[in-house]
Write a protein that binds this ligand. Structure first.
Ligand code: SF4
Ligand code: SF4
Length: 232
């Protein structure tokens, strides 16, 4: 029948319109910004630095300033300066840390390569997208204090990945503790006599009776022949 498709489409629209009053799943629009937009778990925009504690983000950064991400970033928008001295990380191990860690997010292209190459799971992709600023040069150059966010935030935005990372780090810590305990329990080798110097080895060998050449065998002693007697 001519126009049946139109009537069917209008029926679907009317069904969703009425249904949206009692079923929130049928709502396709949001009253943004009063109503925050919910993004998918895999959504990403710019990187942030993971810290172990929300109370001391600068003291518990996972980053050890190895600078791999800085080298690998395609548009070179990461800038890092290593600390001169080490300080204890969240596990009490002495580590270097980034004295300066800046990311120019006006240049960042959200490729996530910095995350992929980080050996310490110290940098992850954020989902915060309300970053509009009027100052392009200063406001979009994020310092380490702005980049640091706690692991609890990572769990909030990427729960699946954060749980996997926690499990991996716990397993690595367990293996390291087991290896340290095995090393401490291993018997120490007995103290050996100091090795002689190279020159003295040859000297000692030369002085050894076994090494000395045997003296030549003594020739058999012969009695001198008697003088010839005079003929009578
Ligand atoms: S997401 Fe890509 S462009 Fe952005 S800082 Fe990381 S490596 Fe650089
Ligand atoms: S974020 Fe990771 S790769 Fe980059 S400097 Fe820190 S530890 Fe190294």
């Amino acid at each position: 029948m001519l126009g049946s498709g139109l009537i069917k489409g209008l029926a679907v629209t009317a069904k969703n319109f009425v249904g949206s009053f009692h079923d929130p799943e049928r709502l396709v629009t949001l009253e943004y910004p009063e109503q925050p937009a919910k993004v998918a778990e895999n959504y990403r925009n710019f990187p942030f630095l993971v810290s172990e504690s929300a109370d001391d983000p600068m003291g518990t950064l996972r980053c050890v300033a190895c600078q791999i991400c800085e080298k690998e970033c395609p548009p070179q928008c990461i800038y890092i300066e290593k600390s001169k001295a080490k300080k204890p990380d969240a596990n009490g191990k002495l580590q270097l840390f980034p004295a300066v860690f800046d990311i120019d997010i006006s240049v960042c292209m959200s490729c996530q390569i910095c995350v992929e190459v980080c050996p310490f799971d110290a940098i992850k992709m954020d989902q915060h997208f309300e970053i509009a600023e009027s100052d392009r040069f200063n406001a979009l150059l994020l310092r380490r204090e702005q980049l640091a966010k706690p692991n609890s935030y990572f769990h909030q935005i990427h729960p699946t990945e954060a749980a996997q990372v926690d499990a991996m780090l716990a397993e690595a810590a367990r293996k390291a503790a087991a290896a340290a305990a095995a090393k401490a329990a291993a018997p120490k080798p007995a103290a050996s006599a100091p090795a002689p110097a190279a020159g003295s080895t040859r000297l000692a060998a030369a002085q050894s009776p076994a090494a000395r050449p045997a003296p030549p065998a003594a020739a058999p002693r012969t009695e001198p022949a008697p003088p010839p007697s005079n003929p009578a």
